[in-house]
Design a binder for this molecule. Structure first.
Ligand code: NAD
Length: 498
């Protein structure tokens, strides 16, 4: 069986290393193997990136942008192959994989504007014959550590902008779906990127720990679960690196009594069950204000769920696929059972559903749970599966309090026809990304993406304008060219413009 390796200094590599199975989640079969990089392999990737840095740093931004233009075209041309790899290893349906890739490509499009984005700030005559400007210089070698749930999009949040800014990069994709990252790196090479600028090491904690401790790695971008994000952030920053670490989520939607319930239910179906709920922006909790809204929502949602199609990624009529592993399937089922044991009502139960012909797949059917309480484990923790929980509340204030009290603050949304309520909500809610009648408020590539509270460790959000700041260091230069016949006197007080 072919072993998925690494991409170092422009070549695919697979050394004698630990090997792990990669599963097709729809069949439940181990169909591929991935090499788990050793310390030596990661050191080699960092060395390749470090060696490529001086020349790439000095490559004019317009030439770096041209590589990104060609990369965008190649991504579009090879979209089917990338989506197929995502489908095989992640299990998401082809239209969902295409959507993921498209959102990733939009980050490449944004990176194509790097000459404009890197423009500094300039002031003439900050003093007599003195000019001052700030410029934004690349950090050096930057690492990206990414989760399984967006094997193309999340890496594309990181490396196009990091590389366009003049950095060199080492990507450590999820070992559960490692092929997409390698494909992206090979296409970058085809787009004309010099060897060593982009490297990929597949692997696990052993590889990550090298990236977190190596002196030549100057910045770390991480996306994954909160426990690991916290570890990455504390370790990387303790080692003097710049770090942004995006973590898990529990995203609530408030459904107000005046909301258009049919519209809310249509929107919630995709936001809760799309990609089997394995999105950090998946809507997993509905706070229904008043019993009338809750009853209508439960009735319409359970009706709508009857027509959801779950199955294999290649059938575009399917709405969502399996979850990522057998272990994760059992974990999701365990959360549903714990909610039941804690006294919640299972309205639609996806625990025992099977897909014909794919009986060994890691499927969990769409599940709807009513009468959830804030003390329940299923409410407190991220489930990351196709499970929508409904909590009944009496007011918008009570709903907002629950959201603000939750440890996560990634995304949230309100369904209402009341502009004043929506404005109050967006102004006061303690969450980083807010939707108003928009259930998945994932910012477009020219804004930035990030949660609050324990959904993000660090200051700057991912992609968009924040990425230009994250992947560069500000340098401020103050310059005087005195005339040959002018001599400035010595001054011992702090220079001012008095
Ligand atoms: P994960 O935290 O298990 O893994 C993420 C990455 O960290 C992988 O590359 C993995 O190999 C590595 N890793 C895992 N354990 C490690 C350890 N002990 N030490 C060092 N590295 C380690 O996350 P996942 O299961 O792949 O992805 C799902 C999670 O990611 C969910 O919690 C989801 O909410 C979150 N996520 C967040 C965002 C966001 O933008 N906030 C986006 C996507 C996913």
């Amino acid at each position: 069986m072919n072993v998925i390796g690494h991409f170092i200094n422009g070549s695919i590599r697979q050394d004698e290393e630990r090997i792990q199975d990669v599963y097709n989640p729809a069949t439940g079969a181990a169909t591929k193997k991935v090499a788990l990089a050793s310390v030596k392999t990661v050191n080699e990737a960092i060395a390749a990136a470090q060696a490529a840095f001086p020349e790439w740093r000095n490559t004019p931004p317009i030439k770096r942008a041209r590589v990104m233009f060609r990369f965008k075209e190649l991504l579009e041309k090879n979209a089917d192959a990338i989506c197929e790899a995502i489908g095989d290893e992640h299990g998401k349906i082809c239209h969902d994989a295409a959507g993921e890739l498209q959102r990733g490509i939009e980050n490449v499009e944004y990176a194509c504007g790097i000459p404009e984005l890197l423009k500094g700030e300039h002031n003439k005559n900050v003093g007599p014959n003195i000019d001052s400007w700030s410029e934004f210089q690349p950090l050096g070698v930057v690492a990206g550590i990414t989760p399984f749930n967006f094997p193309a999009m999340v890496p594309l949040w990181m490396f196009p902008m990091a590389i366009a800014c003049g950095n060199t990069f080492v990507l450590k994709p999820s070992e559960r779906d490692p092929s997409a990252g390698l494909l992206l790196a090979q296409l970058l090479k085809e787009a004309g990127l010099p060897d060593g600028v982009m490297n990929v090491v597949n692997g696990d904690k052993e590889a990550v720990d090298v990236l977190l401790s190596h002196a030549d790695v100057k910045g770390v971008s991480f996306v994954g679960s909160t426990a690991i994000a916290e570890y990455i952030y504390s370790t990387a920053t303790a080692n003097g690196k710049r770090c942004q670490a995006l973590g898990g989520a529990k995203n609530h939607a408030i459904v107000m009594p005046d909301a258009d319930i049919d519209n809310a239910v249509n929107q919630l179906m995709g936001a809760a069950f799309g990609s089997s709920g394995e999105r950090c922006m998946a809507l997993s909790v509905v706070l229904a204000v008043g019993d009338a809204a809750a009853d209508a929502l439960i009735a319409k949602a359970s009706e709508a769920m009857k027509s959801l199609e779950m199955g294999v990624c290649t059938d575009k009529n399917n709405d969502f696929g399996p979850v990522i592993t057998r272990q994760h399937q059992q974990k999701v089922v365990g959360y549903i059972t714990s909610a039941e044991e804690d006294g919640a009502t299972i309205v639609v139960d996806g625990r025992k559903i099977q897909v014909e012909g794919y009986e060994n797949g890691f499927f969990v059917g769409a599940t709807l749970i009513d009468n959830v309480k804030s003390t329940m484990t299923s409410y407190k923790e991220e489930i990351f599966g196709p499970v929508l929980q409904v909590m009944r509340v009496n007011s918008m204030e009570e709903a907002m309090q629950l959201i603000n009290d939750h440890e996560y603050g990634n995304g949230t949304c309100i369904f209402t026809r009341d502009g004043e309520a929506a404005r109050y909500f967006s102004d006061n809610i303690q969450v980083g990304m807010v939707g108003i009648n928009i259930p998945l408020p994932v910012p477009v590539a020219y804004h930035s993406f990030g949660g609050w509270k324990r959904s993000l460790f660090g200051d700057l959000h991912a992609y968009g304008p924040d990425a230009v700041r994250f992947y560069t260091k500000r340098k401020t230069i103050t310059q005087r060219w005195p005339s040959a016949d002018v001599r400035e006197g010595t001054t011992f007080s702090m220079p001012t413009m008095e």
